[in-house]
Design a protein around this ligand. Structure first.
Ligand SMILES: [Zn+2]
Length: 121
C-alpha cells in the first residue's frame, strides 16, 4: 500500500481511537451513575436493570472495537496492515475506507460471523 494511503488510514484510526477512548470512559462513568440511581429509586428497578445491561453491552462493544483499532495501528507501524488475519489476502481499500480497523477480508468476515452465529445458537 502506498505511503500516503497508510498515512491517511493512520489518521483515521487515531481519530477513531480517541473517539472510542472518550466513549468507553463516558460509558464507564454513566454505568456508575446508573448504579447509584438504582439504590435511590427502587420503584424503577426493572427499567434501571435494563439500562445497565444495555450500557454494559455498549461498553463491551466499544472496548472490542478499541482493541481492533489499537491492533490496526500496531500493524500500521509494524507491517501487515490491510492484510486479512485469516487468509492473508489484501483487504480491499474500499472496505478499509469504511472500516480502517477491519481485521478480515469480506469473505472471511462472512465466514466468521456465520461461525459466531452457530456458536451462540
Ligand atoms: Zn480473508
Amino acid at each position: 500500500m502506498r505511503k500516503d494511503r497508510l498515512a491517511y488510514f493512520k489518521k483515521r484510526l487515531l481519530e477513531k481511537q480517541r473517539q472510542l477512548a472518550d466513549e468507553v470512559g463516558r460509558t464507564a462513568l454513566y454505568g456508575k451513575d446508573q448504579e447509584d440511581d438504582s439504590i435511590k429509586d427502587l420503584g424503577d428497578q426493572a427499567n434501571t436493570a435494563y439500562n445497565r445491561e444495555f450500557f454494559f453491552e455498549l461498553g463491551n462493544g466499544d472496548r472490542r472495537l478499541l482493541r481492533d483499532v489499537v491492533s490496526a495501528l500496531q500493524k500500521l507501524e509494524g507491517g501487515g496492515f490491510g492484510a486479512c488475519e485469516r487468509c492473508g489476502e489484501a483487504i480491499s481499500e474500499k472496505r478499509l475506507e469504511a472500516l480502517p480497523f477491519a481485521r478480515y477480508c469480506i469473505d472471511c468476515q462472512r465466514v466468521i460471523e456465520q461461525e459466531e452465529r452457530m456458536a451462540t445458537g
